[in-house]
Design a protein around this ligand. Structure first.
Ligand SMILES: [Zn+2]
Ligand SMILES: [Zn+2]
Length: 390
């Protein structure tokens, strides 16, 4: 090992470099020397391995200290007498996959360094998974807030076997497929593929006498009932996070979180955009003509709306502060009420007579929209006449 290169020199960094600088330097060089970028180039492959070794040591506080104090000899306990073995000792598969992803567009190489990084955590405490629960609520619940009891399907550690999956009194047996190593190696040359053992899933051992309650999985289905407080003002897409209400952890790990994603069902009366509400209300034609008061629905009840004589269909009234309550407490939006003029239907003979009498009195200025529309059409015909045609 006399001619082993200095790790700092290999990466081109100083002895006092931060872990960020070291990572950056490694990424840059690994990108350059990666064997997939230099097919058939033995020097690139050797350099790449040296760089990876240097990175493995300098990115690990403990190994870096050993190296700083005792040089290459200090690492014998970490790498064994044969020294660093890329397949066995390189634990930064994830960092490398980042780099590979940026070169090769991700994917494809996912299992290349499979066992190395991940295997280590598989026997320690594991945090439970975060759960997503989609909940459809009524508009009214969003407008005023509510409480809901929801039943979450989830799995938890089996009580009978304490999560081991093994029938009480029996134990796990060494996996014969991988000889207890948890990983299998296939392929040849530098790119031997190390994969998590498909038989034991990386655990190195298997359950031969499964627990009767969980069938060997160590987890059982459970239903957890949670009372959920739906805050006033939530909207479609709002996420409510319930810390610790996700899947249970395993081997003493903490549970994950629960995210409830809100979907507000469409409503017959109100439509929401941001914190504003919109509604359309028909008003009787005679009110539109003569003016008068009508009642418009708001989330607080009916509100009186003054209709001026000659109000056209489509006119929007804005009621300030009558919209939705902002979920983060920034007050309320506005309510936009659009009126639609409704012609009277099912007229009796007296009403027909009155309307006919009215019709006979119609004069210029009674129907300004119709008059304006006619004028515009007229202008169009005049221009049509005026242009020179071939
Ligand atoms: Zn069990
Ligand atoms: Zn196995």
């Amino acid at each position: 090992m006399a001619d082993k290169k200095d790790y700092y020199q290999l990466l081109g960094v100083g002895k006092s470099s931060s872990s960020d600088e070291i990572k950056k330097a490694y990424r840059k060089l690994a990108m350059k020397w990666h064997p997939d970028r230099n097919p058939g180039n033995a020097e690139a492959e050797r350099t790449f391995k040296e760089l990876s070794e240097a990175y493995e040591v300098l990115s690990d506080d403990k190994k870096r200290r050993q190296y700083d104090q005792f040089g290459h000899d200090g690492l014998k306990s970490s790498f064994g007498p044969g020294g660093f073995d890329f397949q066995r000792d390189f634990t930064h598969a994830a960092d490398l996959q980042d780099i590979l992803g940026s070169i090769f567009g991700g994917g494809g190489l996912g299992d290349l360094f499979g066992g190395g990084g991940r295997r280590r955590s598989s026997n320690g405490p594991q945090r439970g998974a975060d759960l997503r629960f989609d909940l459809e609520i009524e508009f009214e619940e969003a407008a005023f807030g509510s409480r809901r009891e929801i039943a979450l399907p989830l799995t938890e550690e089996c009580g009978k076997c304490k999560g081991s999956g093994v029938k009480p009194g029996r134990s796990r047996e060494t996996c014969r497929h991988c000889g207890g190593r948890g990983a299998v190696v296939s392929g040849g040359g530098f790119f031997q593929v190390r994969q998590t053992c498909p038989v034991c899933g990386g655990a190195g051992s298997i359950v031969t006498s499964p627990c009767s309650d969980c069938g060997g999985s160590g987890r059982v289905k459970a239903r957890s009932r949670i009372t959920l407080k739906i805050p006033q003002g939530v909207e479609t897409g709002s996420r409510l996070r319930l810390a610790g209400k996700g899947e249970g952890g395993s081997r003493g790990g903490p549970p994950g979180d629960l995210y409830v994603v809100i979907h507000v069902a469409p409503h017959d009366v109100f439509e929401r955009r941001d914190d504003d509400l919109f509604c359309k209300i028909p008003i009787p034609a005679h009110v539109a003509a003569l003016g008068g008061d009508i009642e418009a629905p708001t989330t607080d009840g009916f509100a009186k709306l003054k209709i001026a004589p000659g109000t056209e269909t489509g006119k929007v009234f804005r009621l300030r502060g009558k919209g939705m309550t902002n979920v983060e407490g920034y007050g309320r939006g506005d309510l936009h009420v659009q009126v639609i003029v409704e012609p009277p239907a099912h007229l009796n003979s007296r009403q027909k007579k009155i309307l006919k009498e009215f019709a006979e009195t119609v004069e210029a200025g009674n129907y300004p929209l119709a008059e304006k529309a006619r004028e515009r059409a007229q202008a169009f015909f005049e221009k049509k006449q005026a242009i020179r045609q071939k």
